[in-house]
Design a protein around this ligand. Structure first.
Ligand code: PEP
Length: 249
């Protein structure tokens, strides 16, 4: 029995503009009612102020898509955890596979980013997941355990403050979703690793991400170790995002 409040987090990726953001937020807020889960929107950094203003006093919490591993200084283009705090950000994605793949983020960099987020009072949503090649080579468990181990090693004392997202790379943006059994199996591995690191592991929220949509959300979110979802494409369409939220109770 999973009695934690679920977390549904949207990842807008590099999409949106001022007008489209406003229309999307209005549609979501109009349809949301009494959501039974916690909700967060990871929006592009330039729109944090806009989304902060439009979601103030609502159930929608603000999230960033990335955070610098540095505290401050000569790091052109970077955004620090403290800057995110200034805009009311509560969560930040860390180590999304697109950051690992296109920006060379290593397990160690991801662990440092999680540390910066935690130090600033943000909840890092640490993303882990295997590629198709790794899954086919039977390496899924080893890959996600390695990715999580780096985060635990650096943040062991406060690991219960993170959220984790299992996002198989082969499922992100592809329309190929992990089956509920496949996802649960990996979540159980991650939970066991967290339990070995912390007595509080039971309260860490483990999200599933990867082509989550209105049709497949309910059985995935019903799994015992799946405590929410990280939603990319479907979070850009209010009816789809609202249906996923409705499935999270
Ligand atoms: C993501 O970007 O984190 C994601 C899960 O994307 P999608 O839902 O589009 O697969």
């Amino acid at each position: 029995m999973n009695d934690k409040k679920k977390l549904i987090a949207a990842n807008w990726k590099m999409n949106g503009d001022l007008a489209a953001n406003e229309a999307l937020l209005h549609a979501i807020l109009a349809g949301i009612g009494d959501a039974a889960c916690d909700l967060a929107l990871a929006v592009p950094a330039p729109y944090l102020a806009q989304v902060q203003a439009l979601t103030a006093g609502t159930v929608l919490a603000l999230a960033a898509q990335d955070v610098s591993q540095h505290e401050a200084g000569a790091y052109t283009g970077e955004v620090s955890a403290a800057m995110l705090r200034d805009f009311g950000v509560r969560y930040t994605l860390v180590g999304h596979s697109e950051r690992r793949q296109y920006h060379g983020e290593t397990d160690q960099v991801v662990a440092q980013k999680a540390q910066r987020a935690l130090a600033a009072g943000l909840t890092p949503i640490v993303c882990v997941g295997e590629t198709l090649q790794e899954r086919e080579a039977g390496q899924t468990e080893a890959v996600v355990r390695r990715q999580l181990a780096a985060v635990i090693q650096r943040n062991g004392h406060c690991i219960s403050e993170v959220a984790l997202a299992y996002e198989p790379v082969w499922a992100i943006g592809t329309g190929h979703t992990a089956s509920p059994a496949q996802a649960q199996a990996v979540h159980a591995v991650l939970r066991a690793q967290l339990r070995a690191a912390s007595a509080q592991a039971g309260r860490i929220r483990l999200l599933y991400g990867g082509s989550l949509n209105a049709a497949n959300a309910a059985p995935l979110l019903a799994q015992p170790d799946i405590d929410g979802g990280l939603v990319g494409g479907a979070s850009l369409k209010a009816p789809d995002f609202l249906a996923i939220i409705a499935a999270a109770h």
